[in-house]
Design a protein. Structure first.
Length: 479
């Protein structure tokens, strides 16, 4: 077993950077993985691109579940690692591996049979549907590579090693860049396979990365010593991992559904509005990447510090990770406020898109201040094993967002919504319907503010510091 840095003592700042930098890089690589596929598939024409796009909606859900469940792995591994209970941490990884296998079989078989009706429901028709079905079935057959790689990556991060998953992911993205054009367009004796070649390149690249991470763990070239942890089932431990991860998966699913709901609200305002929303969504995702990295760093440090009996260090780690992310956001926020037209114009120069996009950029810039709290503190709570609280907060916030965006888009913004409420109390005249796209942007900002304030309250309340995740786990395995 390779020795690693002790994250429960010494400089918190260095520990945050040690975990955060490679995790940010992993987020960028995952985006690059998707962009490579879309770049080459786009050369096949609109039908191929549409097929990969609608398949991607379901694949994103699959990854959401994998990442959500892996939060349970990260949280428990970090807690045991901080307590220097390394064998217990290894047993967590073993049970997480079995959970991944079960989910892989379910989604692999289910994806094969449900592909056609599911993709038809999402709008696939004719050639697009036929291409999407085969693409999705190939990806589903390789679902096990997603679950197992995410599981081992989260386990390594929980043990304080974020660099190994980054290096392996980089190798996978590089391989995908090579295989995509070869399998899509053909090369030498290899025939062109089009969209199906893209799916095969993706699965093969994931297969290689999964094989590497399994081999490294088996050869004791990571922080984890997993000798003797396989071949044994511990239903109690598996249940704890699933319980923590389940609420995280639901939280991510709620956010995905919220995005779909917003598209429905924006769509009636026309193509320019949808384009502006799409540009804003991309900018927001890019700005969130450092936050995801700092959030996972905070989660690992919180988990290990609580395992070591250092709740104050856990609290300080979360706040420091947020401050670092806040500093990284300052130039982004200034750029969005001062050069909003240039930012939107980089993606699209249509005059209507520029008008709507400029307005949206301003709201995004302000919302990033509050989003930073939600991202980092939310992940810190996950690292402590508290996933139910953030899930409930997300549900409330997204419900408020749907209500506010719909109302504000119909009554001239939040001011119109306020007048509507006052009129219901007999304190003002009933406002006339006044469709207003800016009302959507205002509703999104208001929901972000609410979400951050609720997360901040939950974090400062401190219940996560008293969670007893591991004290009652029975490690007597069953054959």
């Amino acid at each position: 077993m390779k020795s690693g840095r002790n994250l429960t003592e010494g400089s918190i700042f260095r520990s945050v950077l040690h975990l955060g930098i490679p995790t940010i890089a992993i987020s960028l690589l995952q985006s690059g993985f998707n962009l490579v596929d879309m770049f080459f598939v786009g050369k096949l024409g609109p039908s191929a691109l549409a097929a990969v796009t609608i398949s991607g909606i379901v694949i994103a859900l699959l990854i959401t579940i994998a990442v959500g469940i892996s939060i349970g792995t990260l949280s428990l591994v970090a807690r045991f690692w901080g307590a220097k209970s390394y064998r217990q941490a290894a047993y967590v990884v073993g049970q997480s591996f079995y959970i991944s296998l079960i989910l892989s079989i379910f989604f692999g078989v289910g994806g094969w049979f449900a592909a056609r009706p599911l993709l038809y429901f999402l709008g696939g028709r004719g050639e697009v549907l036929e291409l999407a079905v085969v693409y999705f079935r190939i990806i589903s057959a390789g679902a096990w590579t997603i679950f197992i790689f995410v599981t081992f990556s989260s386990a390594l991060r929980g043990a304080g090693d974020a660099w190994t998953p980054f290096k392996i992911m980089a190798a996978g993205v590089g391989l995908n860049c090579i295989l995509d054009p070869i399998l899509i367009f053909g090369w030498g004796a290899i025939p062109p396979m089009g969209v199906h070649g893209s799916a095969l390149a993706t699965v093969f690249s994931r297969l290689v990365t999964t094989g590497i991470i399994i081999l490294m763990v088996k050869k004791d070239r990571t922080h984890l010593d997993l000798s003797g942890v396989f071949g044994r089932i511990n239903p109690h431990l598996m249940g704890r991992i699933i319980r923590i991860g389940f609420f995280s998966s639901v939280e991510m699913l709620i956010r995905s559904l919220a995005i779909i709901g917003l598209l429905k609200i924006v769509a009636p305002f026309g193509t320019a509005a949808l384009a502006a929303y799409g540009i804003g969504a991309r900018i927001r995702v890019i700005a969130m990447m450092p936050g995801v990295g700092m959030g996972y760093a905070a989660g690992t440090l919180v988990g290990q510090s609580l395992g070591a009996g250092l709740p104050e260090r856990a609290r300080k780690s979360a706040w420091l990770a947020w401050r670092i992310y806040g500093l990284l956001l300052i130039p982004v926020i200034l750029a969005l406020l001062l050069f909003s037209g240039d930012v939107v114009g980089f993606f699209n120069r249509d005059p209507l898109v520029l008008i709507e996009g400029r307005a949206f950029m301003g709201y995004i810039a302000v919302s990033l201040i509050f989003l930073s709290i939600t991202l980092v503190m939310g992940k810190a709570l996950h690292g402590a094993g508290d996933t139910r609280g953030p899930m409930v907060i997300t549900f409330i916030s997204m419900l408020v967002m749907w209500g506010l965006t719909w109302s504000a888009s119909n009554y001239g913004g939040l001011a119109g919504v306020g007048q509507k409420i006052l009129s219901a109390c007999g304190l003002a005249r009933v406002p006339l319907e006044n469709p207003c796209l800016e009302g959507v942007w205002q509703g999104i900002l208001a929901a972000n503010v609410l979400n951050s304030l609720l997360i901040l309250y939950w974090f400062r309340r401190g219940g996560w510091q008293r969670l007893r995740l591991v004290d009652d786990i029975n490690f007597a395995p069953q054959k």
